[in-house]
Design a protein around this ligand. Sequence first.
Ligand code: MG
Ligand code: MG
Length: 288
Amino acid sequence: MKSGTASSPPFVPDVFNRRDRLEIKTPAQIEAMRRAGLVVASVLDLVVAQIAPGITTAELDQIAAAGIRAAGALPSFLGYHGFPACICVSVNDEVVHGIPGARTIEAGDLVSVDCGAIVAGWHGDAAVTVAVAATEADQALLLATEEALWAGLAVTQIGAKVSDIGAAVEASVRAAGPYGIVEEFVGHGIGTAMHLPPDVPNFGAPGRGPRLVAGLALAIEPMVTAGQRWVQVLEDEWTAVTADGSKAAHFEHTVAITEEGPWVLTAHDGGAARFAALSVPSPAARRA
Ligand code: MG
Ligand code: MG
């Protein structure tokens, strides 16, 4: 069989490097995404400030809804595959995708809030977990998860491969303790939609997947448990809980890859402080 004509290039298997599937943004488009990112950062601040014993998760959602609309943004979660709220609130053994409702926050709870907003068609997506009257073990889990997120963000550099991020996240978690890393849910590309290629797992070997290029934006979001990594989805078809009932934490940021390094669009300072501490070059210090 002939391999092609002079006008058709030879077929090259390119399973792990399909650049054409990736949405590459211009610098101006990344600036537009920054506006969505800052809305998400501010709304998460608003919600987190109200997390205390006695408040319901539905009330936290109302705070988020008001904050998103006051900023002139749209809530990307509301109606997404039928999701009925503007944020996900996942408590204790709930890992992600908890639906706000009548549940009342209590002392000792670990509360994850995940928020997405759209500004002028561009998406931001971030999550944070906070402890209400935290135990030492809770604090250690939060620290391990947030540090793993920043370990992943730090390697989000031009020339790196997508799986370098998961490898960095996993190495950070493993160094922190005997935690579980959830594999069923992963980070993702982001831009004109909340979920774009590529998938960004939180585990695995480095050196695989698409090569990172300037203008690519990713949501990196480690989900770490105090026990085993296994999760199951409740009958509401959204809420993912740990199979062993252990508590879980979830931290997420949207990051853009730029010529000057990673720019964390959903961090108020763009990542400046964290990257300075990690000695990672970033445009954040200049732009913060
Ligand atoms: Mg999210
Ligand atoms: Mg996400």
